[in-house]
Design a binder for this molecule. Structure first.
Ligand code: NAD
Length: 295
């Protein structure tokens, strides 16, 4: 059993902390939301009065916060978490944030720190089936795997500080572009009088195959579990995809990488988001593309 501090008990962090409790760890939680904190206590967790208190005396301290500024502030700024931890503590940030902030916080924390963003969404958080993409030192990674495996099924050590965030940004940029081109192909098929099922049957066994097509098909029918079959309820919300694509473009600009399709994917998802679709699954962008084709 480990003593774990957990800060950020929202849609993802709440169920992740509950899975640590189920695995027999002692989890002291903190969140600005009293409702989130009450749910953590109801699941058997201890409540802290501040982020620093949650970090005090813990073997591992996990954050699951909205964005880079929250993470910097919690660890190094007003939250003062890094200074509150024991020198032997291992710090783990599971939030999805920009690579530069992840490296800055890890460099300034004065303790071994891992960036460990996840994929798998709230269902993965509930079911402890998340994938963790981890950046940071080998020994901290080795020590943290037992903690991460209580919350996820697949854990990949991607390299040094920031490598987990880099992997997440690259993966989601590929996913977004794959989804858009898959949706475009279905819209073209509709115009050409080709059925959805016929395109699926061919492309799923041909070179057009992708996860966006075979696991997350943006039209109803061919993949019964995809959000298209439930009116595009997420799933993976457009607001989160737009956020991740913004992080990928920030990283590309900083690193001097040329990513024209990633930039176009961001522009299209921002347009879909600004039309009021933040809570719609990201595969719902096919509706916007169909509308453009109808003009
Ligand atoms: P959320 O908004 O539900 O939860 C964030 C929690 O952090 C909230 O409860 C908020 O009160 C708390 N918080 C904010 N600032 C705080 C502070 N200073 N101290 C203590 N608590 C604070 O968000 P979420 O959906 O749980 O997402 C968390 C992170 O996980 C984000 O970076 C997101 O991009 C990433 N993520 C989310 C999903 C998803 O499907 N929701 C999937 C993968 C990754």
């Amino acid at each position: 059993m480990a003593r774990i501090g957990f800060v950020g008990l929202g849609n993802m962090g709440g169920p992740m902390a509950r899975n640590l409790l189920k695995a027999g760890h002692a989890v002291t939680g903190f969140d600005l939301s009293s409702e989130a904190l009450a749910a953590h206590a109801a699941a058997g967790g201890a409540r802290a009065g501040s982020a620093a208190e949650a970090a005090t005396g813990a073997d591992f301290v996990v954050t699951m916060l909205p964005a880079g500024r929250h993470v910097r502030d919690a660890w190094l700024g007003a939250g003062a978490m890094a200074a509150a931890t024991a020198p032997s503590a291992i710090l783990i940030d599971c939030s999805t944030i920009d690579v530069a902030t992840a490296r800055e916080v890890a460099g300034a924390a004065g303790r071994p720190m891992l960036d460990a963003p996840v994929s798998g969404g709230t269902m993965g958080a509930e079911g402890a089936t998340l994938t963790f993409m981890v950046g940071g030192p080998d020994d901290a990674y080795a020590a943290a795997t037992s903690i991460l495996s209580a919350m996820g099924r697949s854990i990949v050590h991607c390299g040094g500080a920031g490598a987990g965030q880099a992997a997440k940004a690259c993966n989601n940029m590929m996913l977004a572009a794959n989804m858009i081109i898959t949706a475009e192909a279905f819209v073209l098929a509709e115009k050409l009088g080709l059925t959805h099922q016929a395109l699926f049957d061919v492309a799923s066994k041909s070179s057009g195959q992708s996860w966006a097509l075979t696991s997350y098909c943006p039209v109803p029918g061919p993949v019964p579990a995809s959000p298209a079959n439930r009116d595009y309820k997420p799933g993976f919300a457009t607001a989160l995809m737009a956020k991740d694509l913004g992080l990928a473009q920030d990283a590309a600009t900083t690193a001097g990488a040329v990513t024209p399709l990633g930039a176009e994917a961001l522009a299209l998802y921002r347009r879909f988001l600004e039309a009021g679709n933040g809570d719609v699954d990201f595969s719902g962008i096919i509706g916007m593309l169909r509308g453009l084709a109808g003009r």
